[in-house]
Write a protein that binds this ligand. Structure first.
Ligand code: NAD
Length: 497
């Protein structure tokens, strides 16, 4: 890895800079034969580091060392494995500030946010699955005649994790922690846009006692991800990314009959009934559209507001948006940062243009901030209708669409009229209605009078095109292990002849 630009000697980030492009077999590894990937700090546009894509030799070492470490790791008791994960969680918490600074360099998200949402949620996952590891047992099933069956929960083997760029530390841990708890090894390929943070997770796991090779991190674009997915020595693939990438990765994994977890995109609805608390609904809409500059898969980007509340909702939303502090992400007073890259900013701007062109009313924002960096003002469109592009396609940026509705049946049908099904939220003071409506919404992760909470104890994932499988919670165990059943006959074996 080459240091360049803003992360230089003397800056806070220098101390947390990973030492090389890859972390394989317990150490940092460089192979300058791989194509260069520039790491750009989105707040200034400066290149802060350069990593190299993994070459065939690096990929090979990751696979071979991963498989060897897995065999060793699976021989430990769950309690022993859990101890390593919990130690890693403690180290992450101790180094939260340094890791948060690195996350901010990698993604541009404000330090105010990364200090509470990234290494901390990664540590939560390591702690939670570390705690579960010792209790992953099978069942005893009694049968007639004294026969019985026992089941054994076994690891899958070598898992591959492929990450998106919005939560690089969290994604590395949400995939790694349950995989390791179940006795698997993991090779993690971060997004090429944010390659730095996962290296620190790998480094910390080794420091906590994980065998070399158990959690390898290698860099690369889609091609490197693709070669991992198609390698016959890989048993499972967990992707966080877009639906189009998900379809390709799922198909490639199917060739080898591999297990998959797919955490993909969304265009989630947030339903605000006219008996809702305006203040809470506006808070939910802000969290679900502008946190992390809107770059969150589960965001409630279609905000359906019942007609009676529309004006009050928009008025209060505009007032609350005055509280945005956009600027230097390293300044802890900043609560709104840049988008992750120029490319993502341009995609979001093209959607803003489509919104205006197709007749939506721009209530606020919509412009790139002056000066360097990839800043897009928080943008709100009102009078959005279902056919408009901004109401149908995932933007993955800070663009909120407010749509009007009259009745419950109508809004449920419109909310469900999408290929996606990641999240959904309902704001109402009528609890019966809240549960009735949530029960009818086609989404995996739902919220009542809240939005976007994702504690590790709760299953997270989508239905329809938004994904397959669940991350976090006890549900994740089923996606990183398989069950062997053993029939034990206590009497003679009978045969027809
Ligand atoms: P992306 O699909 O472009 O890339 C995701 C990852 O897949 C990257 O690491 C990329 O290098 C890799 N990749 C690309 N092509 C590949 C291939 N053919 N084989 C293997 N790997 C390949 O997504 P992105 O732009 O990084 O992230 C944004 C998307 O991720 C959005 O759609 C967002 O909704 C989604 N996302 C989902 C969740 C979730 O948990 N559901 C969380 C965050 C982001």
């Amino acid at each position: 890895m080459t240091l360049a630009g803003a992360i230089g000697a003397g800056t806070a980030a220098y101390a947390v800079q990973p030492e090389a492009s890859h972390f394989v077999n317990g150490r940092y590894v460089e192979d300058t034969g791989g194509a260069v990937i520039d790491v750009v700090y989105p707040a200034t546009g400066e290149v802060i580091a350069r990593v190299h894509e993994a070459t065939a030799a690096v990929i090979e070492e990751a696979i071979v060392s991963g498989r060897a470490a897995q065999a060793e790791w699976a021989r430990l008791s769950g309690t022993e494995r859990g101890r390593v994960l919990r130690r890693a969680a403690d180290i992450m918490r101790e180094r939260n500030r340094a890791l948060s600074v690195l996350e901010t360099w990698d993604t541009g998200k404000p330090l105010q946010e990364t200090l509470v949402a990234d290494a901390t949620s990664g540590a939560d996952a390591l702690e939670y699955f570390g705690g579960l590891a010792g209790s992953l047992t099978g069942e005893h099933i009694p049968l007639p005649g004294g026969d019985w069956v026992y089941t054994v929960r076994e690891p899958l083997g070598l898992c591959v994790g492929i990450g998106a760029w919005n939560y690089p530390t969290q994604i590395a841990c949400w995939k790694g922690a349950p995989a390791l708890a179940c006795g698997n090894a993991m090779i993690f390929k971060p997004s090429e846009v944010t390659p730095l943070c996962a290296l620190k997770v790998a480094e910390i796991l080794v420091e906590a006692g994980a065998p070399a090779g158990l959690y390898n991190v290698i860099q690369g674009r889609g091609g490197v991800g693709g070669s991992l997915v198609s390698d016959p020595r890989v048993d499972k693939v967990s992707l966080t990314g877009s639906v189009s990438t998900g379809k390709k990765v799922y198909a490639a994994a199917a060739e080898g009959m591999k297990h998959v977890t797919m955490e993909l995109g969304g265009k989630s609805p947030m339903l605000v009934f006219d008996d809702a608390s305006v203040e809470d609904a506006v808070s939910g809409a802000i969290l679900g559209n502008f946190y992390s500059s809107g770059q969150i898969c589960s965001n409630g980007t279609r905000v359906f507001v019942q007609r009676g509340l529309k004006e009050a909702f928009l008025e209060r939303l505009e007032e609350r948006l005055q509280g945005v502090v956009m600027g230097d992400p390293m300044d802890e007073a900043t609560n709104y940062g840049p988008m992750v890259s120029e490319a993502q900013l341009q995609i979001a701007l093209s959607y803003v243009a489509k919104g205006v062109e197709e007749g939506a009313r721009l209530v606020c924002g919509g412009a790139r901030a002056e000066g360097p960096g990839c800043f897009l003002e928080p943008t709100v469109f009102a009078d959005v209708t279902d056919e408009m592009t901004i109401a149908r396609e995932e933007i993955f940026g800070p663009v909120m669409s407010v749509l009007d509705f009259d009745g419950e049946d109508e809004v449920v049908a419109r909310a469900n009229a999408t290929e996606f099904g990641l999240s959904a939220g309902v704001y109402t003071s009528d609890l019966t209605r809240a549960h009735r409506v949530i029960g009818r919404l086609e989404a995996g992760s739902c919220f009542i009078n809240s939005y976007n909470d994702a504690p590790v104890e709760v299953p997270f994932g989508g239905v329809k095109a938004s994904g397959v499988g669940r991350e976090n919670s006890k549900e994740a165990i089923g996606h990183y292990s398989q069950v062997k059943s053993v029939y034990v006959r206590m009497g003679a074996t009978e045969a027809p002849f």
